[in-house]
Each structure stands twice: as C-alpha cells, then as structure tokens.
Design a protein around this ligand. Structure first.
Ligand SMILES: [Zn+2]
Length: 344
C-alpha cells in the first residue's frame, strides 16, 4: 500500500516523506506505538518508496520491486522476527535460551552478514525488526554495534508496541517515530465509508479496537459482532446459554472474550456516571445496559473489573479458560442477584 492510501498515520508519514525528500535517511528508525495501527505497513511502504522504480517519495505498488516487497520476497528487504531464519553458522545462537518469541543473536548475526554485502538489486537494503522489544540482551548488544556504524545503502527499522523494554542505548541510536491510534469516531467513519460496514458493527469495532485500524480490519470479516452479543448473554444472563457451547479455539479468542466482557461492564459504569451514550462500546445494546445499570454498584463493578484483570493474567499462565469464565460468571451472577433484590 502506498503512503497516500494509508489511513490515520499522516503525521508519521509526513516526517518520513520529509526525510526522503531531504535524503536524511541513514541511521536506524524506531516505529513506536500500539499493536495493530500500521507500523509494519508503514515500514514496508518506506522500503518500497526507497526502492520503487516509478515513484520517488512513495510506492507505486505495481513495479517489480514494490510487488516483491509487498509479498516479502525481495532479496534485499528482510523482515526479522522470532521465526525468521538464524545465521546457519552461528553456534551460540542454538544454545541461547529464552522464550519462543525471542529475537536471538543468531538473527542479528545474519543481519550483520547481509548488511555488509552490497544490495543484489535494491538501491537501499532494508531490515525491518518486528516486535523489537523481544530482542535478547545479546542480540541487543550485537544490534547496537551495527547501529553505531550503519553501512551505506542500508536502513534498519525497529517496530515495537513496547519500546520501553528496548535498551536505552538502542533507542538513542534511532530516529523515533511515534504512531497513534485513530480517534474512535474517525475509525468508525472509515469502516462505514471505505469498508461498507453498517453503523452498529462499525461503532462496536471502532470502540472495541480503541481506534486501531489494523485490528479492526482483522476483525471486520469475522463473526465477532454477533459473537460478542451471544457471549454477553451467556455470561451476564444466568441460565440463558451453556458456557460449554462457547467455541474457544485459542488464547487470542479467550482474550477477545475477556475484553468483550470488560467493555460490557465499562459500559455499565459509563451509563451510571451519565456519560454520553455515544461513548458506549455496545451502543447497540443500550436498552439492556440501562436496564442492568441499577443492579450493579460501583463497588460491584470494581470487583468485576479486578476479576477480569486477574483472568487476563491467569490466561497467560495457561489456566483452563472455561474454568476462568465460569468463575467470572459466578461472580457476576452473585452480584447481579444481590443487586436485583436490592433494586426490588
Ligand atoms: Zn514501485
């Protein structure tokens, strides 16, 4: 995708285009900002713009170079992440421990080898390091040495949603470009106008994804909108649907469910404070929210939020998700029943 077609990152793109105009590129970049808002997309577009055969400050998306970069098959553009190949001859890499998400010294040794060679066909060799906060200490030190004296005709772009975890020395060697989510209203408009979503699902996705366009696009063709409503019924209306009937394929889906639940109780909280209904994640279920509002005190809601927070933490420790949800439902039902008898 060309710079002019990327939505919501005008500020970051303007800085990069100015750098391109002034031929100021050369050192490393750090693209920092939340997951799912287009950092990698912009990094790939920068690689295209640097090597495009038709455009000077952008990607044409049709020349051989742009097409190869798009498919991540360009011999001079490297995407480095935990699953990228290691330098074959580097024994230390094999013995280096760390989690499966770690970017190891073997990855950086390979980068080091490739960056010292002339480009095969590109004007500028580009190395995009995804989730750069996953660099091990040894890999970080090796990368630092490369960033101190970057070879000509090469560019290293670090992409990270958790830049605070990077070595400060690495950050100080990079030009930091900050990426921000869209205003939720603006994201809703994009989803309606450019992707023909109806207003209820568009509103839900814009608010649920907190303005992150990439995440909203990844979810828009799934059944998340109908799933979230049946899930809310399952957990918040006692006896309505059996928890066993929920299909939960993986941890990400479980995380989605917990976030849906957090959004639901956040909405009840907002309704209680008298906030504008347009701020509700579940605007489509406004009448149910208004009905439930008197049943939960602020203290109840605080307890439920901490239950959801705990469940998110337990989830990372591989605890049985059905058990977690079932405990949460017990907690919610207990508070709901108390609230209903209070309200009666
Ligand atoms: Zn091109």
């Amino acid at each position: 995708m060309s710079f002019k077609r990327i939505k919501g990152q005008d500020k970051a793109i303007e800085i990069l285009k100015e750098d391109l105009r002034q031929s100021r590129l050369g050192q490393g970049y750090l693209f920092a900002g939340p997951q799912g808002i287009g950092k990698k997309l912009v990094a790939k577009t920068l690689a295209k713009a640097l090597n495009c055969q038709n455009e000077t400050l952008d990607s044409c998306d049709s020349c051989a170079s742009c097409l190869k970069i798009e498919k991540e098959q360009h011999p001079d553009v490297y995407i480095i992440n935990a699953s990228a190949p290691l330098d074959a001859g580097y024994e230390e890499a094999k013995s280096e421990g760390g989690p499966s998400t770690a970017i190891k010294i073997g990855h950086i040794r390979r980068l080091q080898k490739e960056i010292s060679l002339r480009p095969y066909e590109a004007r500028v060799k580009v190395f995009i390091i995804e989730d750069a906060h996953n660099l091990t200490a040894a890999a970080s030190n090796a990368l630092l040495k490369i960033l101190e004296e970057p070879p000509a005709n090469s560019l290293i772009i670090l992409v990270s949603a958790k830049p605070a975890l990077l070595f400060k020395t690495i950050i100080s060697r990079c030009r930091v470009i900050k990426f921000y989510p869209l205003e939720r209203k603006a994201l809703q408009e994009i989803l309606e106008k450019d992707y023909a979503l109806e207003d209820n699902p568009a509103h839900f996705l814009a608010y649920f994804c907190e303005g992150r366009l990439g995440q909203a696009l990844a979810l828009k063709d799934t059944d998340i909108f109908s799933r979230k409503n049946s899930f809310i019924d399952t957990v918040t209306l006692p006896g309505r649907v059996d928890l066993e009937s929920l299909s939960i394929k993986n941890r990400q889906e479980a995380r989605d469910y917990l976030n849906i639940l957090a959004g639901w109780f956040r909405d009840i909280y907002l309704v209680k404070t008298g906030a504008s209904h347009l701020e509700l994640v579940n605007l489509d279920k406004k009448s149910e929210l208004l009905k439930l509002m008197p049943c939960f005190s602020f203290m109840d809601l605080d307890e439920i939020f901490s239950g959801i927070r705990d469940a998110l933490v337990y989830l990372e420790q591989n605890i049985n998700i059905r058990l977690l949800l079932s405990n949460l439902r017990e907690e919610i039902n207990y508070r709901l029943t108390l609230g209903q008898s209070r309200a009666a």
